[in-house]
Design a protein around this ligand. Structure first.
Ligand code: ISL
Ligand code: CA
Length: 635
């Protein structure tokens, strides 16, 4: 692989990592990237930039060049051998549905969702029309981070059921012509995993080398990295007089992927599950697995900029691509040579590095989640603000323009780590359904692989939690403490928690008007009791969000492999075609005019978001109501 020296601003921009970084900066300050990098500025030497920026943010430019040099891969360096005109892989036209098992359906009344609960809802999922289920963690876990802390990668968490239940679930999913992927959480394991327990018993033994354990003194952690769940990323284990690294909760110990034995273990785990019929994995924070050798301190200026000191030392580490390729061949390849699906959860990864990770010719992963879609410039999850749906559309349009024939993007608006998209967009109950349908339309008609999170198909909204004891998430609880310790009042701290808590997405599914999730006491309660929004009620309502999703998913097969053409994108309006379907959307909360150039195109209306606003309010034919959608089949 050729190494390109990075000396000028232009070199940075020509580098995939640099391009992503500069694009992010441009987005945040609200300018076009060409405002920063253009023929005039391209030749500015980084040494000069360092002198200018160095005063305000010492070390920033050096951190950037380090990062770029640590990541020499470029798409044009990749193996360019084309695989020929093979059939598109199954997942390309698929609609994914994420289940948060704990909160989906409880079969035995203990208040916690489980595998038999999921089995009991397979008819519902089939009616919805989704092709592949992704289950958030169901492996044995002490649940400090709700299963994202795995104690045994080969056992089912007892709260979820048994191995037999899982086998039955897999079988029944397949019998319905659907597929199923699980969650692979291998950047870290639970401290209760036998590997770590053995490391504690023998801190110089081979299992200790599975983790990052460092000698030192209890008052000075080995470096300045911070945890995503507050505080230092290091925890002192007094029994063995060693520090242990945890990028997440103190009981989620980071695994050392530089140890080949760890990589072999992970490949074996994947093989174990593939043999049981699993169709692939979503891979938790998979871009964090390769840490910079020597675990050097993070640059404080970077930490201040992005909020997490140390992140530039591991979010695209030096061996990331290598380890993924190895795992694909050693773990994700079946005996017949076919590959199971690899979906990477990749916080912080931009479009170009995303392409490096998923371009078909490179044989790393198949899809990744690009999280930049979740907050518009200047906002973070904890801010209370209204999310402009135009940002959602424009984000994916921009993404699309950058993709080549061997790239594919995943489209998503929600997951178990984020508040509900409808509440982010609008708090006005009149537009709840329309906003939900607008996101559905963009997600399901743009060329990409859509992921729907449970409840999204019901237009679920955030919960009016009123006190901390209603929350369960370690991140929210720790962050509240951190805010108070930092001098915030309880009200200030609570406002931030309420805006961003992951628990909004984790309350039980609303199956019936009374709830229908459990016959017992749910492990966490939801507060949204608005009539008409449960699954049962929506199935009976032809204008419901649920039936809108069902419709779009069912017709998707007719255009999923067809061309996409953007006809108009101006102001709050956009129109595009996908195959013979013509889609028009209003991205605002005001009624807007449809341009004649589009409204005159001959075709018949097959779907509108009507009915999700005030029932009697029929829009004029030349207008689109707030967040309105109009879908026609062209003649
Ligand atoms: O909530 C976040 C941190 O502030 C997110 O950045 C999130 O932690 C990140 O996207 C990684 O998420 C995944 O790994 C975590 C787990 O808690 C999340 O539920 C999971 O989706 C650690 O395993
Ligand atoms: Ca249960």
């Amino acid at each position: 692989m050729t190494r390109h020296a990075v000396r000028t601003l232009g070199d940075v921009y020509d580098h995939p990592v640099g391009r992503d970084v500069l694009d992010k900066i441009a987005l945040q300050i609200g300018v076009s990237p060409s405002f920063i990098v253009n023929p005039l500025t391209r030749r500015i030497p980084l040494t000069v930039l360092d002198r200018v920026a160095g005063r305000a943010a010492p070390g920033l430019v050096e951190a950037l060049t380090d990062l770029l040099e640590m990541n020499p891969d470029r798409l044009d360096d990749a193996d360019t051998h084309t695989e020929g005109q093979s059939e598109p892989p199954w997942w390309q036209g698929a609609v994914f549905y994420q289940i948060y098992p704990r909160s989906f359906a409880d079969s035995n009344g203990d208040g916690i969702g489980d595998l038999r609960g999921i089995i009991s809802k397979l008819d519902y999922l089939q009616t919805l029309g989704v092709d592949c289920l992704w289950l958030s963690p169901i492996f044995d876990s002490p649940n400090d981070d709700m299963g994202y802390d795995v104690r045994d990668y080969r056992a089912v968490m007892d709260l979820m059921g048994s191995m037999e239940d899982l086998d039955e679930l897999i079988e029944q999913v397949h019998a319905r012509d659907m597929r199923i992927i699980l969650d692979l959480v291998v950047n870290h394991s639970s401290a209760e995993h036998e590997w770590f327990q053995e490391a504690l018993r023998d801190p110089d033994g081979d299992k200790a080398a599975y983790y990052f354990l460092r000698e030192g003194s209890p008052d000075a952690p080995p470096n300045n990295w911070v945890s995503f769940f507050s505080g230092s990323a290091w925890r002192w284990f007094d029994d063995i007089k060693r520090w242990g690294m945890h990028l997440f909760a103190p009981s989620q110990m980071d695994l050392n992927w530089d140890n080949p034995a760890v990589r072999r273990e992970v490949a074996d785990i994947v093989q174990f599950w593939l043999a049981r019929g699993i169709d692939g994995f979503r891979m938790d924070v998979i871009n964090y697995i390769s840490k910079t050798a020597g675990l050097p301190n993070g640059v404080p200026a970077v930490g201040e900029l992005v909020g997490f000191t140390g992140i530039e030392r591991y979010f695209i580490g030096p061996h990331l691509h290598e380890y993924l390729r190895e795992l694909r061949s050693a773990g994700f390849t079946r005996p017949d040579g076919s590959h199971a699906l690899m979906v990477g959860e990749t916080p912080g990864i931009g479009i170009e590095v995303g392409r490096l990770l998923t371009n078909r010719q490179r044989r790393e992963m198949d899809l990744i989640f690009n999280f930049d879609v979740l907050e518009p410039p200047g906002k973070i999850r904890w801010d209370d603000y209204r999310y402009p749906p135009a940002y959602f559309l424009d984000f994916y349009l921009r993404y699309l323009r950058r993709l080549g024939p061997d790239d594919q993007m995943a489209i998503f608006a929600e997951n178990h780590d984020n508040p509900r998209i409808v509440s982010k967009i609008t708090l006005d109950p009149r537009w709840r359904g329309a906003a939900a349908k607008l996101i559905a339309t963009i997600s399901l008609t743009l060329p990409g692989t859509p992921f729907i999170f449970q409840g999204q198909e019901l237009g679920a909204v955030n919960q009016d939690f009123t006190s901390l004891d209603q929350l369960r998430d370690v991140e929210s609880l720790n962050y509240f403490r951190e805010l108070i310790d930092g001098g915030a009042t309880r009200d200030e701290a609570w406002d931030r928690i309420l805006a961003g808590s992951r628990d909004h997405a984790r309350v039980p599914m609303r199956w019936t008007d009374e709830g229908g999730f459990t016959t017992g006491q749910p492990w966490i309660t939801g507060t949204d009791m608005e009539a008409g929004w449960s699954a049962a009620e929506q199935l009976d309502d032809e204008h419901s969000v649920l039936n809108f999703y069902r419709y779009l998913i069912s017709v998707r097969q007719y255009f999923a492999h067809d061309d996409f053409t953007l006809l108009t994108r101006s102001g709050h309006y956009a129109a595009w075609t996908r195959g013979h379907y013509l889609v028009e959307v209003n991205l605002s909360e005001r009624t807007i005019r449809r341009p004649l150039s589009v409204s005159r195109m001959p075709g018949r209306t097959v779907m509108t978001s009507l009915g999700s606003t005030v029932r009697s309010e029929r829009p004029r034919p030349d207008e689109l109501p707030p967040y309105g959608v109009l879908i026609r089949l062209l003649d």
